[in-house]
Design a protein around this ligand. Structure first.
Ligand SMILES: Nc1ncnc2c1ncn2[C@@H]1O[C@H](COP(=O)(O)OP(=O)(O)OP(=O)(O)O)[C@@H](O)[C@H]1O
Length: 443
């Protein structure tokens, strides 16, 4: 059963974007008994979404795996712990995917360089620190810890360091890997009783880049091994670079001794890019693709797509593909046409009542509590989330939103929006909640 579930997870991981995978598949838990198999999800949104979009795919995989048709039920989990993305015990960590020639390969993508990393207020500190580290690996800041929201360029920036170091010293032993890959390696070492090889490899690197370290959360054995590797590397002045979706102290399920070590060097944030920077990124990406974008087109796209750079790139790719397909040069009209569907979904009017109901359902509170005067945290935080979503998804002003939430003052709404923006950077749970809610509201 476990192998079936792990096979499903790896298949979905390959087929979906990381965001889709993290939002919809990762929070699921598979439970089976002698005569039943079921998937449990943390809330009914995920149940509904998975039912609509992925259940038949799960069943197909089941049929292929067990060589007979299977039926899976999908239910809301009683136990809320799965919402927290609790780790699996070491023995049931996903079977590692075979990796060829890892020791020779750095895992770096050569196209992630400093030269094509656009700098602005949102990332200038992170970029400056990254460059320092690239020029003085092991001695400038060790470790370098880069954190920020989804798709904001963390991977790009740390790989730029790796590529730079490799260019300066082709003998440098560099390894870039996603945290999940490290977890897989620990499991494999565990299965094959090969911790000596594991240690030999990781402790001998000149530069270790670990992406999305929040995936270590709760995985005790992985954390222990990483602790040894980290100490060995730092002691011998080898560079360690880490990315995370949140500030070290906010990572849940991580040992204190690791959290404190993450802060030994330098911790820098990457913020969401402001409008001008989004425009600059679009111009750069278009140029790299051999296309010219007029400023009005770049501004148009950048004003529509505000969430993250990956989505910005996706929109640009759509425009370029449309231009290739129709044989017309890229102009404002062509961009509007190419992004018609995307924008229709995004701009569809969403009512404040819908937002309140959806958020209340999601956090399992009563809709009436959206308007009530209650200030306990389990009600106040969902209310703030709903206010922030109302500001993002409707054209209502702060006072209008305040009115819709039981006649609250506009400053309360402004505070809520600011608070949620701050939490998005410091609390991965909120980022995930909002990402799920946005997808549900826009679907
Ligand atoms: N400042 C930038 N200049 C140019 N390209 C950028 C910039 N920031 C992000 N990108 C591009 O956006 C895409 C997403 O970036 P990246 O994968 O580095 O994000 P991330 O923060 O690591 O995301 P995740 O949290 O999902 O791992 C990449 O193609 C990257 O090249």
């Amino acid at each position: 059963m476990e192998t079936f579930w792990q096979a499903c997870l790896s298949r979905f991981e390959q087929e979906l974007t990381p965001q889709q995978f993290n939002n919809w598949i990762k929070p699921l838990r598979f439970v089976s008994g002698p005569d039943f198999m079921r998937i449990e999800a943390p809330n009914r949104f995920i149940v509904q979404w998975v039912k609509d979009k992925f259940l038949s795919r799960f069943e197909e995989m089941g049929e292929a795996h067990f060589s007979r048709p299977i039926q899976l039920s999908l239910v809301v989990a009683e136990n809320k712990e799965i919402k927290e993305n609790k780790p699996l015990p070491v023995k049931s960590v996903p079977t590692p995917v075979a990796r060829s020639g890892r020791s020779e390969k750095s895992g770096l993508n050569p196209s992630f360089t400093f030269a094509n990393f656009v700098t602005g207020k949102a990332n200038q500190l992170a970029r400056a620190a990254a460059l320092q580290v690239a020029e003085n690996p092991g001695t400038a800041y060790n470790p370098l810890f880069v954190y920020g929201g989804v798709g904001l360029g963390k991977t790009h920036l740390i790989q730029a360091i790796g590529n730079y170091v490799q260019e300066q010293n082709s003998n440098a032993k560099i390894s870039y890997l996603h945290a999940e890959r490290y977890v897989s390696d620990v499991v494999r070492a565990y299965q094959h009783k090969a911790f000596d090889d594991f240690k030999r490899y990781y402790h001998s690197l000149d530069l270790l880049l670990i992406d999305d370290i929040q995936f270590f959360s709760g995985k005790a054995r992985t954390q222990e091994e990483f602790f040894y590797a980290f100490n060995a590397l730092i002691e011998s002045k080898k560079q360690v670079i880490i990315t995370c979706d949140t500030y070290p102290k906010q990572i849940s399920g991580m040992e204190d001794r690791l959290i404190s070590r993450f802060g030994w060097g330098l911790t820098v944030a990457i913020e969401p890019p402001e409008l001008e920077m989004r425009v600059a990124i679009l111009l750069k990406k278009a140029e790299m693709e051999g296309f010219h974008l007029d400023d009005d087109v770049a501004f148009f796209i950048a004003k529509q797509i505000r969430s993250n750079v990956r989505e910005l790139e996706g929109a640009l790719k759509k425009v370029i593909a449309y231009s290739r397909f129709t044989g017309h040069a890229i102009g404002l009209d062509l961009a509007k046409e190419a992004l018609k569907d995307l924008l229709a979904v995004q701009n569809r009017q969403i009512s404040i009542e819908n937002i309140q109901k959806t958020v209340a359902d999601y956090y399992k509170i009563k809709v009436a509590e959206m308007y009530s005067k209650k200030r306990s945290r389990n009600v106040a935080r969902p209310r703030q989330v709903a206010m922030a979503l109302a500001k993002e998804l409707t054209h209502l002003s702060f006072p209008e939103i305040g009115d819709a939430f039981g006649g609250r003052d506009h400053t309360t709404v402004m505070y809520a929006c600011r608070k949620i923006e701050e939490l998005k950077i410091s609390e991965s749970g909120i980022t995930r909640d909002i990402s799920v809610l946005l997808q549900v509201l826009r679907s």
